[in-house]
Design a protein around this ligand. Structure first.
Ligand code: ATP
Length: 410
């Protein structure tokens, strides 16, 4: 590596290594040109580089590891919630711009002895289990640190230092959370949702009135807590989306209007919006879902266009055992049921091309779901008879016109 550009391991990996916790991603600070160094590291490791020249930062992705490199900098803030103004500088300034003492330590890569640069009592705070800002205006400079403090406190089972907590509360009282841009606010919420168990961090946010500052209706975490307790039962298919399942549990008791307000406040991308809207809509179906006489076909027709993330969240958080059971069955079994014939089969059986094909497929699937046809594939006698009957009836069968949709293709 370049002799003139000292490199330091900084922040999260230093903290986690000292705590004996697994280190996921590597963060380096470079007293020099971080993007240029990143290109060289990527070439060595046969990895990929993403460079942000304007910010003097770069990411190398190599062999499943993410390595962030940043040009050491000094940061100043013009007003609360603003992005900082950045000037390249040395490691000391780079550590001084950081959020908490436990995140403001560095290990120089040069030299034989492993030395920890610790100008802010980070080692002591790690030992004491304390989250402490580096100065009194930290939350005013950057109110996202309110969320970060809570996240580290809950993740590491630490305590926010008393004076730091007083400043945090002060910044919340001054309305600084409201000053954050929708995208920055959403990013913080997302980081909490991505915690292994987001429930304690959200509970602490509620305690400290931080969550209410995001939206006043976010004031009941019962479902989130039930979800955290039952998350082990989530199916493998949905496992990768666990953060979004937590989002669904967080918002499902909101009214439609509150959901829309929250979508706007966080400038939610399409995927999030769908989950918020579907979770609220699903909540509105609770009474019907709790009806013990609901048929499998009705269950599928109700749920098939609802996001599976929202269904999984309700299935793990509803206090009605019947709802839990029905939604679980939908996710693991019913939603995969096929009509046994496809569109081409129907054309061969004489069904005219057009919407009738989809309707008949939907009805065939209903029959399989409700056990009136077997689950096999192929134009057996039962299926042929039903197709003929439905064609003859021009498709207004016993299930009723409103239940006949385009479901069941394939
Ligand atoms: P995590 O385990 O949550 O990923 P991390 O410490 O790696 O923790 P990042 O959000 O990736 O966290 O940030 C990397 C480092 O950048 C932090 O350790 C901290 O030193 C610094 N940092 C990040 N966000 C801020 C902020 N808002 N204010 C000051 N410093 C910050």
């Amino acid at each position: 590596m370049d002799q003139h550009s000292p490199v330091y391991l900084v922040g999260g990996p230093v903290r986690d290594a000292l705590l004996g916790r697994p280190v996921k991603d590597l963060d380096f600070s470079v007293e020099g040109d971080a993007p240029a160094l990143a290109q060289r590291v990527a070439a060595e490791l046969a990895g990929k580089t993403i460079v942000h020249p304007r910010f003097g930062t770069a990411t190398v992705i190599a062999g499943g590891t993410r390595i962030d490199l940043v040009t050491a900098r000094r940061e100043t803030y013009t007003h609360p919630g603003a992005l900082p103004q950045v000037t390249p500088s040395g490691i000391r300034d780079d550590l001084a711009r950081r959020d908490f003492s436990i995140n403001a330590m560095a290990i120089p890569l040069a030299g034989d002895a492993a030395e920890v640069l610790d100008h802010w009592r980070g080692l002591e705070d790690l030992r004491l289990g304390v989250v402490r800002t580096l100065h009194d205006c930290s939350f005013i400079d950057d109110p996202t640190r309110v969320f970060r403090a809570i996240r580290y406190e809950q993740r590491l089972d630490f305590r926010i230092d008393q004076q730091t907590l007083a400043h945090l509360k002060n910044s919340v009282d001054q309305g600084l959370v409201a000053v954050l841009s929708p995208d920055r606010l959403r990013h913080e919420i997302q980081r909490i949702l991505e915690e292994e168990n987001p429930a304690p961090a959200f509970a602490r946010c509620l305690d400290l009135e931080v969550l209410q500052a995001v939206h006043p209706a976010l004031n009941d975490l019962g479902k989130l807590q039930r979800l955290a307790a039952g998350i082990g039962d989530i199916g493998a298919e949905i496992e990768a989306e666990i953060p979004m399942v937590y989002l669904a549990a967080l918002v499902s008791d909101l009214s439609e209007q509150e959901g829309e307000d929250l979508i706007g406040r966080l400038n939610m991308p399409e995927g999030w919006r769908r989950i918020v809207r579907d979770s609220i809509r699903l909540q509105g179906m609770a009474a019907e879902l709790n009806d013990e006489s609901i048929s499998p076909s009705r269950l599928v027709r109700l749920l098939e266009d609802v996001s599976v993330v929202a269904v999984a969240a309700m299935g793990l958080t509803s206090e009605d055992a019947w709802v839990n059971q029905g939604l679980h069955r939908f996710l693991t079994e019913l939603r995969h049921v096929k009509p046994g014939l496809d569109g081409r089969d129907l054309l061969q059986l004489g069904v005219p091309p057009g919407p009738l094909v989809g309707r008949i497929l939907g009805r065939l699937r209903d029959e399989v779901l409700d056990g009136r046809l077997d689950g096999g594939a192929g134009a057996d006698a039962g299926r042929r008879r039903l197709v003929q009957e439905l064609m003859a009836d021009t498709i207004v069968g016993p299930v009723g016109a409103e239940a006949i949709g385009d479901a069941g293709h394939g």
